[in-house]
Design a protein around this ligand. Sequence first.
Ligand code: FAD
Length: 450
Amino acid sequence: PSPRSSVIIIGAGVSGLSAAKVLAENGIGDLLILEASDRIGGRIRKEKFGDVSVELGAGWIAGVGGKESNPVWEIAAKLGLRTCLSDYSNARYNIYDRSGKIFPSGIAADLYKKAVDSAIQKLKGLESNCVEDATNRTDFTLTPKTPIELAIDFILHDFEMAEVEPISTYVDFGEREFLVADERGYEYLLFKMAEEFLFTSEGKILDNRLKLKKVVRELQHSRNGVTVRTEDGCVYEADYVILSASIGVLQSDLISFRPPLPRWKTEAIEKCDVMVYTKIFLKFPYKFWPCGPGKEFFIYAHERRGYYTFWQHMENAYPGSNILVVTLTNNESKRVESQSDEETLKEAMVVLRDMFGSDIPDATDILVPRWWNNRFQRCSYSNYPMISNNQVINDIKAPVGRIFFTGEHTSERFNGYVHGGHLAGIDTSKAVLEEMRKDERQNDKQNQNF
Ligand code: FAD
């Protein structure tokens, strides 16, 4: 017979590990974690680049210094994770045109304000259309056309929406953001979390309740339990399953369900947009960009929206590392993922030479993460449409029989963030524990009746 566990957790990212930790703390000793890749961490991932650790996935602890304490910030502080304050709101004052001139800050500030006002109007229009189903009221909003307008539109919509609509992360936890700059990586948090309930030795997890390289392909479920089949032909049984695969994976055909998921579930999963967000790292022999206060971020204004727009230097995080990071999103991310890194490097160098002149040195190394083409991710994070009712997220989160769903995309208030994944994992495991208690009560009753 196949091994049977009380709960199988699929995925060892922050949500899966948080869920497992809560279950273990509540006496569920026979849990099993199946992870498709060869490591824990999921979308929290460091990699050596040059002499330092860079974060390919989550880089910031967002939402610090407010009325409530961000739980991820608390864990990071307890572990002494090295971080540095990082404020990208200054980016709008360092916008370069293609001839290397910086747009005067007055013009940039003015255009930024107009873009925010326009986005607010658009949001209001959408809200009233939603409620009244009236004719389109959004035609008075601005459509960005010039390179600087497009650059500002990109900063506002792909990074900073906080000025347009309140984002729970900043409202609840505060407006500050800290960049993780620790050689052990953001993922150190997860190793320490795992260490609390899995057996480790010399910094390695040696516990057979965590199985790596186990790609789950099928979940067969009934009122008695769930049968989990993996790509390598293994079969595992459980009373309950917690599935933490990303929204991108749920939209793909990696995992099939028998019987299939109900329509309300698949429709909700389709309604959530996926955001692809790619940080490309470039290493140089020396620094040629401005540093100092307010200069950590700079922007390139090009006639194509999102074309190598958003730049950051790593001098605050790792002085002397001579590393630049450029962030691409969605279509630009997908485009770059599908070409060679040499082509990407060439494109980035043309952009940098536009901004800083032809005599800057070539990058000596490049690192291009591929979140979209990773079949265990298929996205960077969930992105619910601006006007979406809570029903969509509630349906995405709702269990189907004995299969429970978790992950950042199931966090109503903090989707898209590490703390969203962490809190979702805790929430889902509590819901499973509640079901297990109900089962127990029912079994007791049945036994009494006999
Ligand atoms: P994941 O980390 O994706 O964990 C799910 C796990 O399931 C993965 O390990 C995956 O391998 C595994 N899996 C998938 N399919 C299967 C299968 N079939 N069988 C078995 N295992 C499977 N958040 C912030 O707070 N701050 C930031 O600055 C930030 N920046 C980001 C930048 C990038 C580039 C990316 C990609 C993400 C960023 N995020 C950021 C978001 C944050 O990383 C995620 O919200 C969070 O890590 C998601 O955790 P999770 O547990 O929900 O999912």
